[in-house]
Structure formats: C-alpha cells, structure tokens
Design a protein around this ligand. Structure first.
Ligand code: BDR
Ligand code: CA
Length: 313
C-alpha cells in the first residue's frame, strides 16, 4: 500500500522536484499540496505549485494556500536562489484546476482527522507556519499523523545565517512548535541535502528522458545551478526538498541519528539554529521522537528522482 502524504511547500525549484518525485513514485500517494509563503510570496509559490502539478498531468491533486507570513517575524524571501517568480528559468503550462477554497490549515486538519489514524505523513518543505498553526488549532493531529518528515534545519553549517537554515530561520517560532510536539519527526536538514547535488551527470540522465517534463526540470536545474554559483560556493545545486520525500519512499536511502533537537529563538547570532544534542549514547525511539538525517545514498536517491520523472512521461 502506498503511503499517503501531504507536501506543505513553497515552490521553489527543489520543492518542484519534491512534488514530481511524490507524483511519479508508486510507494507514495500525494493526497494534497498546501503552500506557505517562503521562497517567494504566497501568491507566487501557490501558482508555482499548481503549475508544477499541471506540467506533471496531476490535475486531481488538490492545492490549498496557507499562511502568507511567519507567526511572529517579518517574512523574508529567497529571490537570490529562486528568482522573482520563485521558479525562474522555466515556462510551465498554465494550471487549469482551480485552487482549493479552504485555507491550508483548515484543510490539513480536516483531512488528517477524517482519515485513518496514523495513515498520513506530513512532508513540509518550506517554513513551518501552516503546520504549527494546525497543531495549535487541533492538537489531536499529533496522534493522528503517521510521522513528520521535513526539509529544514542544519546540525552543522546553515545557509540563511552561519548556523541556521532558511525554512527554520524564517519562522523559528513555528519550527519550535513543530519540533516540540510528540509526533515522530525526521529532520532532513542541510547536513544531508548538501549531498544531493544535481551534477552535470545527473542532469544528463534527466535530459536523456527526452520528455517535455524532463526538459522543464533541466531548465529549472540550469537556473538553480547558476543561482548557487552566483550566490553560494557551490558548483552544482543541492536539491534539498526531494530528499524528504525520498526518506518517506525508502528510509534506507539515508542514515539517520536519533537525538533531541531544539530550535534557538533568542540568540543574537544563532536565532533559527536547530540544536541537536548528539552527546552520549543514541536514545531509543520511545525516549526521543526526533532524529536527524546524516548520510545520503546519493546514487539511490537520483535513481529514484530520474525514475519518477520518467514515469510521469
Ligand atoms: C530550503 O530553503 C528553500 O530555499 C528550499 O526550497 C529548501 O526548502 C533549503 O534551505
Ligand atoms: Ca522549499
């Protein structure tokens, strides 16, 4: 039985690849997409999510727009990495399916509560604003979801500050709420995602598929690579968000380390840092609900992504 997942995202070049991986892999069933202001404004990322689904021929997957800004702080976008549209460099088809009417937070709660307990996995790949609000509004979702597998955070080096990663740094209060709930939570952070580089060899495999969709992905990766070269010291772009989906598909694709994780809210230099306590013996699952992803099986990961794009035709 495929696992039911909801991707809460802010597309975003790597969010787009996460959506395609979820749509094209038979081990997961994408039951809906919710959007949050992050890489760009809520309006832009919501349009992008719908356009990606359209390009993949996934008109039956509902999209619901959520929070436009973080819980407490001013919003920040990542235009240097994702462009003015949030998905620069690619010309996707106009979405046909209308946007869902319900607010993402309401839709998340209603969907999780209506389904079988422990059947829905949440995969947040943007700031955690929607998920934090949902759990405050309906705390019973903590017991109802199967697990949370999120892209965000960093144990070692950050990208939005020396120690903080974009999704957590832009809404640390929301991240604090989500990391402190009792649901099983896997943090797929920069320590892992910086291993998921779209090298020219990987991109050649995607290009060789020869489909329109593969062409769109290559255009996205061209922009993403140029942005990472201009703004960061990367020859090839780290494609963060599909790593979280890959873990849901096959946890064997990465190594994880169980440890308590907290979110720094008040440090003058460290706000938004995810602080992982890696001291001592690794705790058991019943004593610690959180784990951090450490090492990626790079080949298996890209095999999965390429196969998903191929399957979508
Ligand atoms: C995260 O930030 C965004 O720019 C990406 O989409 C990813 O979710 C990486 O720090
Ligand atoms: Ca993202």
């Amino acid at each position: 039985m495929p696992k039911d997942i909801i991707i809460d995202c802010d597309p975003g070049h790597d969010d787009a690849v996460a959506l395609l991986l979820a749509l094209g892999n038979p081990e997961v069933n994408l039951i809906g997409v919710t959007t949050v202001g992050g890489n760009q404004s809520l309006g832009k990322v919501t349009y992008n999510a719908r356009a990606v689904l359209e390009a993949a021929g996934a008109r039956d997957v509902p999209v619901h727009a959520g929070c436009a800004r973080p819980l407490v702080r001013e919003g920040e976008v990542a235009a240097a990495i994702h462009g003015e549209s949030g998905l620069d460099g690619v010309d996707l088809p106009r979405p046909v399916r209308p946007l869902g009417e319900a607010h993402a937070v309401t839709w998340l709660i209603d969907t999780i509560m209506a389904r079988e307990p422990k059947s829905v996995t949440l995969v947040p790949t943007g700031p955690l604003t929607n998920i934090a609000l949902a759990v405050r509004l309906e705390p019973r979702i903590v017991e109802r979801v199967r697990e949370v597998v999120l892209m965000g955070g960093a144990v070692r080096t950050g990208n939005w500050s020396p120690v903080a990663e974009f999704n957590v740094k832009t809404d640390p209060e929301a991240a604090h709420i989500v990391f402190h709930e009792a649901w099983p939570l896997t943090m797929v952070g920069l320590d892992l995602t910086h291993q998921a580089l779209c090298t020219p060899e990987v991109q050649a495999r995607i290009a060789a598929l020869g489909t329109d969709l593969a062409g769109h992905v290559c255009n996205m990766m061209d922009f993403f690579r140029a942005a990472y070269r201009a703004d960061r010291v990367f020859a090839d772009p780290p494609v963060h968000d599909p790593c979280a989906v890959a873990y849901v598909i096959d946890p064997g694709v990465m190594t994880t380390r169980r440890c308590p994780i907290d979110v720094e809210l008040t440090g003058t230099c460290t706000a938004g840092m995810t602080v992982a306590d890696l001291r001592g013996v690794e705790p058991e699952a019943d004593a610690c609900a959180t784990q951090v992803a450490v090492r990626l099986d790079v080949e298996a990961f890209w095999d999965m992504v390429v196969a998903a794009i191929a399957a979508l035709g």
